[in-house]
Design a protein around this ligand. Sequence first.
Ligand code: ATP
Ligand code: PMV
Length: 191
Amino acid sequence: METQQPKLVLLFSGKRKSGKDYVTGLIQDRLGPHLCCILRLSAPLKAQYAQDHGLDYEQLLSAGQYKETYRADMIQWGESKRQQDPGFFCRLASRGAVQPVWIVSDCRRMSDLQWFWKEYPQQCLSVRVEASEQSRVQRGWRFTAGVDDAESECGLDQGVNFDCTISNDGDATLLEGQLERLLSLAREKSQ
Ligand SMILES: Nc1ncnc2c1ncn2[C@@H]1O[C@H](COP(=O)(O)OP(=O)(O)OP(=O)(O)O)[C@@H](O)[C@H]1O
Ligand SMILES: C[C@@](O)(CCOP(=O)(O)O)CC(=O)O
């Protein structure tokens, strides 16, 4: 299927267990799958890595511990691909997307943002999901050297003026309120 020009591209980033998948899932639920798709840059990476290493792709995609066992090695594997072509996973993840609103759920590096900014200069909005260390620990996060101090987690810590920041520390009402602006914008743009 041919990719169609999006009307809005929400570029999400955030630390491990800040809730990127949770928050982007909520937005897609509200907008519906005809209006909004979620693009995971890590999906083509995990698909190829699973195939090469005889692993379970679905489990690598899920929020459980399984993917954490392989995270450091997946990062290395993905970085070797990105060195040859920084837009490699951006291109694969967005291939065939036809909805007017795209949510990229896992931007990690400046090159991820730059690729979308260059391809869709009028449509992009960068969104940072933030959560306290305490919330992240409750969701299963433990500091891991080589992961939490590497570009995969820290690549967007500096140098980006995010268009929007969402605090996701577990208060559902507070979260809903923060999503309203993005939901209104998405509905407006997709008309
Ligand atoms: N506001 C919330 N309310 C309830 N549960 C939440 C909330 N935010 C996140 N979670 C839960 O915390 C866990 C981690 O969240 P999630 O997978 O969305 O984080 P992530 O930033 O995508 O992490 P990773 O980078 O590891 O993929 C999940 O089990 C998710 O359901
Ligand atoms: C290997 C990697 O793609 C894992 C991402 O997994 P997740 O988005 O945290 O589920 C991280 C990276 O590309 O640096």
